[in-house]
Design a protein. Sequence first.
Length: 88
Amino acid sequence: MRTVLFALIALAVPRAALACPVCFGQNDSPMAVATNMGIITLLIVVVGVLASFATFFIYLVRRAKLVEMTETADPGGFAASDPQEGTA
């Protein structure tokens, strides 16, 4: 019964109410401009978040290489493979 009722309501509503102005080809309407601005804003946010993740992982890789280089080039200190008793 609900399906029939929904189908009748969908048929009774004018076609203009089912689509936005962009779908009807009015590209210069305020609604179309607002939709485009919303899409651009979301793209900027997504690109910013992805760039932040990439920058963070590049930072981690560089930091790991720096720590590795300082451990292998430590002239008077303990090497990483030397056991250090009494430390946690």
